[in-house]
Ligand binder design. Structure first.
Ligand SMILES: [Zn+2]
Length: 454
């Protein structure tokens, strides 16, 4: 790295904290539609001040998307994605400082939304500004899409990509990313599981009854418990007929990546974090890594009857549960919903209503593709060690299906966000470590520069 760039990097690293402080003051809680236009305007202005041509993309019922485009030296166009919305700050009493005021404590910057995902946007901005100050033009073209609904499931992303898909075409795409892992490796996530989120409800009577009548009156709680237990066996196998029809085997390269990612120390840390002695079905090592290729049925919540302290002898008329199915390639959420409904009917649970609350396709960028291979090289060159490649991550990015289906663009996630495994996304006292900031900015500078040498 030349002297000029090193100097500009230092300057931009100094600028990081004031910028992130300003950004985090916007209480951009999507679930409560707080300060969304103000935040979008601030982000648009930040891009504009960085030399981007900008506009806000309007979609009915959605906070505006911020879009920016800047030309660079080479023909390569990189699409960046970030989101300006954050999770609600509740429970507020668990915060040690005001959630929307960046507070430095023990080498950490604490604020709602800082790791998820405001700090990544600022480190990308700082990297771009450092290159511009040192070299003038950027090495590549950059397009940037920043949404305000990620934390509520990117509900309008599909519509947005149908309306504005042409703006988003690119040679490579980077979704929001994480930091470097504890071994200092860069991390690449190539795919995410899909999801079907449903709400079940049962109503067996018009009103709750005295439980003295339990010998004669139907319990909604028991109905729902029975219906749910028909979905899964003791070994975790999901019993819906046809559920596994479209599941594809992991490829040889994916299996190899799972083998490379075995980390027994990390397993111990995770078990300690949750206070458990073993993982489900005693899984460990390669077996545990590979199990991400299995779909799941998770009860996210269950509500029925009397749940407050003490005794109330009631027979509940209503019961409700929420469930997320994490889906793997090539399962499709609507197909699974149909199969779920058919299963409940066949088992005699006609009275159990199923309502879809959300969905997302599983999307995987092939490991052997040119952009992925180039990014692996870049990560290796930057860290001097092989990156951690995760072909499939357990969670879901609902926007990926929309990008794949409507724009024809896949993408990956990588390091470059000054976050770490303990950042506490969505939790009270969400934070980043101050010491991770310079490296995140340096990585982005290095990556933008290297992509320009293709
Ligand atoms: Zn989040």
């Amino acid at each position: 790295m030349n002297e000029n760039l090193t100097k500009e990097l230092e300057i931009q690293t100094q600028n990081f904290t004031p910028l992130i402080t300003e950004y985090c003051r916007f209480e951009s809680v999507a679930a409560q539609k707080r300060m969304m236009p103000e935040t979008a305007n601030w982000v648009e202005n930040l891009l504009k001040e960085t030399g981007f041509e900008t506009r806000q993309l309007e979609v009915a019922g959605s906070p505006n998307y911020v879009y920016g485009h800047i030309k660079g030296k080479s023909d390569f166009t990189l699409l960046l994605y970030n989101h300006y919305d954050v999770q609600p700050e509740t429970p507020i009493e668990l915060w040690n400082s005001s959630p929307f005021e960046v507070t430095e404590r023990d080498g950490k910057l604490v604020a709602r939304g800082i790791c998820d995902n405001k700090a990544e946007l600022i480190s990308r901005i700082c990297a771009i500004r450092a290159i511009q100050a040192a070299q003038g033009e950027l090495p590549i073209n950059i397009k940037w899409i920043i949404e305000g609904e990620e934390e509520i499931g990117s509900v309008h992303f599909d519509v947005m990509t149908r309306q504005y898909g042409d703006l988003l075409k690119a040679d490579g795409t980077l979704w929001e990313g994480g930091g470097f892992n504890e071994k200092g490796q860069a991390a690449l996530a190539l795919g995410f599981r899909g999801m079907l989120y449903v709400e079940y409800s049962v109503e067996t009577m018009k009103v709750d009854a005295h439980s003295g009548g339990a010998h004669a009156l139907p319990s909604a709680a028991w109905r729902l418990v029975k219906a749910l237990s028909s979905l899964k066996d003791e070994n975790g196998r999901i019993l819906i007929p046809g559920f596994y029809d479209d599941v594809r085997e992991p490829t040889e390269m994916e299996k190899q990546a799972s083998r490379d990612n075995v980390d027994l120390e990390q397993e111990t840390r995770t078990k300690e974090m949750y206070g458990i002695d073993s993982f489900l079905h005693n899984r460990s090592g390669y077996d545990l890594e590979l199990s991400v290729y299995e779909p799941t049925a998770n009860i996210a919540g269950f509500l029925s009857g009397y749940t407050e302290p003490g005794v109330k002898t009631v027979l509940p008329a209503k019961a409700m549960a929420k469930m997320d199915f994490r889906l793997v390639p090539n399962q499709r959420p609507d197909d699974i919903l149909e199969k779920l409904q058919a299963h409940l009917k066949a088992q005699g649970f006609d009275d159990v209503q199923v309502k879809k609350l959300g969905n997302g396709d599983p999307v995987v960028t092939p490991i052997e593709g040119p952009f992925v291979q180039r990014m692996i090289q870049i990560c290796q060159a930057f860290t001097d060690q092989e990156p951690e490649v995760m072909p499939l991550v357990g969670g879901t990015l609902p926007l990926l299906g929309a990008m794949k289906n409507n724009v024809g663009v896949l993408g990956i996630s990588t390091s470059g966000n000054p976050a770490y495994y303990g950042s506490g996304a969505h939790a009270p006292n969400e934070h980043i470590r101050v010491r991770d900031i310079p490296r995140a900015i340096q990585f982005n500078v290095f990556m933008f520069t290297e992509l320009g040498t293709l």
